[in-house]
Design a protein around this ligand. Structure first.
Ligand code: ACO
Length: 308
């Protein structure tokens, strides 16, 4: 039995904060942010909106898209570094809001790689026949961790949520290969201490190496070659990092998702938000081989190759 995506949904807050808006509150410029990161604007949730609210909106859409009911879900996995509370988990809150009727629920803390970790975890439960439908959500309210006095980090992040329902799919489809990893010795380069603390240059070097290496390895593990890859969804942290992964795979620009300009880095939400946008735009089609690859605090990384 193969595990694949059977429903998708996304949610981003209405409020957009542009680089020009940031120029008014800190010593930065639209030109600097654009050229160094590719970011033009980001969405910021209001005070009343929590991670679980954004997660709920994305999850509801994914469940509708899958054509199932909340009570059909066997497991909820929410990847987030900004849960409403350390407990109850966002996943348990979703279980109640979605009417998922006492299913298993837990959050995953693997920073920006969390959504890939969630999908790979779901695959194990589905392919062993333990569970049929797993809801995986990537949701973040990073704005609550932003130090608006730190221009090095404040310009990078945004809020939002993306979700997928995974379940059994036909032979040859779904996740064909994956890689997960972490290197705790790099934890000091990107961490939360009330606010986001980051050594941008070190994270950049790690990300450029890891994204390309992991993408190439999942292609090999699936028994495919670079020429077989139809679309790349990299974690949307910085256009320069994303471009390096694309070039490693010799893919043309139109075969890589690029939503970082609109939403900034939404951590665990960036890959599922991008997936939804690309599917809705018709850029990912039935039978396409799609790579998703991410990296983040931990340091962590994850990649998977799936047949859509
Ligand atoms: N506006 C204007 N100037 C700035 C800004 C800003 N917003 N931020 C930094 N600068 C300045 C710096 O102070 C520095 O000035 P100095 O030379 O006088 O000291 C100068 O710009 C250059 O700084 P660099 O660090 O060399 O800039 P770089 O080209 O490396 O870009 C960046 C910085 C964008 C942060 C890059 O290193 C990067 O993207 N790193 C990866 C970050 C990342 O992806 N983090 C998320 C990980 S995912 C997760 O788990 C949350």
């Amino acid at each position: 039995m193969n595990a694949g995506i059977i429903g998708i949904g996304r949610y981003v807050p209405d409020k957009s904060v542009t680089n020009k808006d940031l120029e008014k509150i800190m010593d930065t410029s639209d030109e600097w942010i654009r050229t160094r990161t590719g970011i033009e604007e980001r969405r910021i949730a209001d005070e009343q909106t929590n991670t679980s609210d954004m997660a709920f909106n994305a999850a509801k859409r994914a469940i509708e898209d899958a054509g199932i009911r909340g009570e059909d879900i066997d497991l909820i996995l929410t990847a987030t570094v900004t849960p409403d509370h350390s407990f109850p988990s966002v996943s348990s809150m979703l279980e109640e809001k979605l009417g998922a009727k006492h299913c298993a629920a837990m959050d995953i803390s693997a920073a920006c790689s969390g959504f890939i970790y969630g999908m790979v975890t779901a695959k194990q439960f589905i392919e062993t026949g333990t569970y049929r439908y797993v809801l995986i959500v990537g949701a973040e309210k990073l704005s609550k961790l932003i130090d608006w006095n730190d221009r090095n980090t404040a310009v990078l992040f945004g809020d939002g949520a993306g979700a997928v329902v995974m379940g059994p799919v036909s032979e040859g489809k779904g996740i064909l290969s994956f890689e997960l990893g972490s290197d705790g010795s790099g934890g000091k380069f990107l961490y939360e201490d009330q606010k986001i603390c980051m050594n941008g240059r070190e994270v950049f070097k790690f990300a450029v190496r890891q994204m390309g290496d992991s993408a190439v390895r999942v292609i090999e593990k699936a028994g495919l070659t670079k020429e077989d890859v139809d679309f790349l969804i990299p974690h949307q942290a910085n256009i320069r990092i994303m471009e390096s992964a694309r070039q490693r795979l010799d893919l043309p620009a139109e075969k890589m998702s690029n939503t970082v300009g609109k939403y900034g880095n939404t951590s665990a939400a960036s890959i599922p938000i991008s997936l939804v946008e690309e599917v809705e735009a018709g850029k990912i089609k039935d039978g396409d081989s799609v790579i998703m690859v991410g990296f983040g605090g931990g340091l962590t990384w994850g990649a998977l190759l799936m047949k859509w």
